[in-house]
Ligand binder design. Structure first.
Ligand code: SF4
Length: 450
């Protein structure tokens, strides 16, 4: 007999990684080897992707889980670009034979940069990166700090995709999280982006923030629909105050409880689907004619540190403070501390802090977990062909461990594979965790699934 929803939440609303990578970043350490990533770059057949971290923000949103630096001193960005140039210079010999097909600017707030600083960033990219004609360039933007000149500067740089942080339009919630952003800012930002030729706009929202109610969040959803974005990411707030101490500002009784969070998510999903958006994976929505929705229908969605995407290179080069690089055999992460990042570059070495060389087991499980997160199913025959092993036999114990998830209607199993049910999509991270060889080490270090 299927458990009532409240019992499912009690049983499965546990801490679990978001599986934007496998193994998760919690497994990275300083004993990694440098060569596997460089060898993967050498062997890379298609384009590589580049992620550039721009860490500065003018004020602190209390919920934030990003690696950022709060400052109002614009000169910090000039200095940061000096060091980014040094890092690019060090990378040049390693990537001279590669081509770059995608670039993403994340933060922090990339539009902390002035127009002159964005133009300088543009010049650095043209000088140091072997960029392909037709490269896809995307940028994360904060509408409350954006002006039209910055949008035009990012357009000059070649950006055609933008992701704007909205999170919640309720003034009560915005006050509680220290992010005041009237809807007029969002409308203006999207107007400038469309005018400048951006053809894909994503809006980020978060459910689970202080003082949210079903009624208040339904207004947020209506206001976001009025913006007519191509995509919407509806993230579950990650409350990890032991890791992000600024979150300690929130009293424990201000958050919606898990049942209310579930109600908010389900009502939002229903409204977005009724408005013509396709529900993708764990927490993304896209218009039916959007590239991401089409990739979803074809089972070709990819997942990385930025969430779900329609295209993804097997090698991502991360540049800037805290940026993560990934390839077939390795992850590596730059220093999260700006001083350490700069000190390494002053010494003429790549600013690497930690990483992980993947074992064969890691690579098999990464593929399996990606399949679950992106396609909500495992088809053993397909996986056998892709991985060159008998997957069912290899994952025998993990599959047997799904018994209670099957009994509770989270997954269904057949001879040919397993499928996550519609109810199970809410607990997708729990399903993926069954295949995580490090799952015992994750306990108490991740956010709750609900
Ligand atoms: S603007 Fe973005 S990165 Fe900066 S503090 Fe707010 S949520 Fe974090």
């Amino acid at each position: 007999m299927t458990l009532p929803t409240s019992a499912l939440i009690d049983k499965y609303g546990l801490a679990a990684p978001r599986y934007t990578s496998y193994p998760s970043a919690l497994q990275f350490d300083d004993s990694f080897e440098e060569t596997p990533f460089l060898m993967d770059l050498q062997a890379q057949k298609g384009d590589i992707a580049v992620y550039i971290h721009l860490p500065f923000c003018r004020s602190m949103c209390w919920f934030c889980g990003c690696n950022k630096i709060i400052t109002r001193n614009q000169e910090n960005a000039d200095r940061y670009l000096d060091y980014l140039a040094k890092e690019l210079q060090l990378w040049r010999p390693h990537i001279s034979h590669n081509t770059v097909g995608q670039i993403h600017f994340g933060g922090g707030t990339p539009n902390f940069l002035t127009v002159a600083q964005i133009d300088r960033l543009n010049a650095l990219i043209k000088c140091y990166l072997p960029v392909q004609p037709g490269v896809e360039i995307s940028v994360e933007l904060s509408p409350d700090q954006l002006d039209e000149g910055q949008v035009q500067a990012f357009a000059r740089l070649g950006a055609t995709r933008a992701s704007i942080g909205v999170q919640d339009t309720s003034p009560v919630v915005q006050q509680a999280v220290n992010r005041i952003q009237p809807q007029s800012c969002n409308i203006e930002a999207i107007g400038w982006l469309r005018k400048a030729g951006f053809n894909s706009i994503n809006v980020d929202l978060i459910y689970g923030l202080p003082h949210q109610t079903e009624v208040s969040f339904s207004k947020t959803i209506e206001q976001v629909l009025a913006l007519d974005p191509d995509r919407i990411a509806l993230f579950n707030y990650a409350h990890v105050p032991w890791f992000k101490p600024a979150q300690k500002v929130f009293a424990s009784d201000v958050f919606p409880n898990p049942m209310l969070k579930l109600a908010i998510f389900n009502a939002s999903r229903a409204r977005l689907e009724a408005a013509g958006y396709c529900y993708i994976g764990l927490d993304h929505f896209a218009k039916q004619d959007d590239e991401l929705a089409k990739a979803w229908q074809l089972g070709q969605v990819k997942r990385d540190f930025q969430g779900y995407s329609a295209r993804q290179s097997t090698a991502i080069l991360g540049l800037g403070m805290s940026a993560v690089s990934q390839s077939e055999h390795a992850y590596r992460q730059n220093h999260k501390d700006l001083k350490a990042y700069e000190a390494a570059l002053d010494s003429g070495v790549l600013p690497l802090a930690k990483g992980l060389s993947l074992t064969d087991d890691d690579r098999i499980r990464r593929h399996v977990i990606n399949q679950l997160m992106c396609n909500l199913e495992l088809q053993y025959k397909v996986l056998d062909n892709e991985l060159g092993i008998d997957v069912k036999a290899y994952l025998d114990r993990d599959i047997a461990g799904l018994r209670s998830l099957v009994a509770d209607g989270i997954v269904s199993t057949q001879e040919t594979g397993i499928k996550v049910t519609d109810t199970g999509r809410l607990f997708l991270r729990n399903v993926a965790m069954q295949f995580d060889a490090y799952r015992e080490q994750q306990e108490g270090r991740c956010s709750q699934t609900l």
